[in-house]
Design a protein around this ligand. Structure first.
Ligand code: SAH
Length: 213
């Protein structure tokens, strides 16, 4: 569980790459510059940790590409103490970014193995989410709604209705929508039944799985 000067140097380079790709939010860049991403992936693949690439984790899932994490985090327009719901905890890296930005994070994972692993690991390295939940993200988290924002980190074939209805007025849902490839989509809730929709480019995620819990 070491974080050396070499790792810190590699993170600086990664932050420079993300800046060059257009990420400007300083809180996002600071979080990525601070979080030891190498601890979130298998130790035999250390050299991959600070490349701007997705990488396999347990249970045939992936830790999202740093650029994707930065892009989605930026779209959330996080303010300290924002209540945020994440769907797809996975390695917990995106969760850690949001925690470090001062958000109160609730995160749902449907893979038991990953849930257990990340539930133990995150607090160990100092990132404390409000709640990590083993369950189905398609349903959202009604008992904690409404949320300032919701982030989905798996490719959704359609936009689950509960996620839209669990947003505060003014709240933001960031969700990659599509089967093979996904379009990053931002919904802003303007009123009880009004949503503004923005489509923000193509991405590739592992699928958001339904009825498989
Ligand atoms: N945020 C993660 C990305 C992991 S990949 C990270 O930074 O590492 C997407 C994750 O979504 C996988 O762990 C997968 O198991 C999970 N997932 C897929 N369908 C889901 C669902 N219906 N509910 C909750 N999690 C789901």
């Amino acid at each position: 569980m070491k974080d050396t000067f070499k790792h810190k140097g590699l993170r600086k380079q990664l932050v420079a790459i993300l800046t060059a790709k257009g990420i400007t939010n300083t809180a996002v860049l600071e979080a990525i510059g601070a979080i030891p991403r190498h601890l979130f992936i298998d130790s035999s693949f250390l050299e991959h940790a600070y490349q701007d690439k997705a990488f396999p984790i347990a249970a045939s899932q992936t830790i999202s590409q740093p650029y994707t994490v930065a892009f989605q985090s930026e779209l959330l327009e996080v303010k300290p103490a924002d209540k945020i719901l994440e769907i797809g905890t996975g390695s917990g890296y995106q969760t850690a970014v949001l925690c470090l930005m001062g958000a109160h994070v609730y995160s749902i994972e449907r893979q038991l193995e990953l849930f257990k692993k990340t539930n133990q690991f995150l607090p160990k390295i100092g990132y404390v989410a409000k709640r990590l939940i083993f369950g189905d993200g398609y349903k959202g988290l009604k008992e904690e709604a409404p949320f300032d924002s919701i982030i989905v980190t798996a490719g959704a074939p359609f936009v689950p209705k509960p996620l839209l209805s669990q947003l505060k007025i003014g709240g933001r849902l960031v969700i990659p929508v599509g089967d093979e490839d996904q379009i990053m989509t931002l919904y802003i809730r303007k009123g009880p039944k009004e949503f503004e929709k923005h489509e923000l480019g193509n991405f590739k995620f592992v699928p958001l799985l339904e009825n498989k819990n």
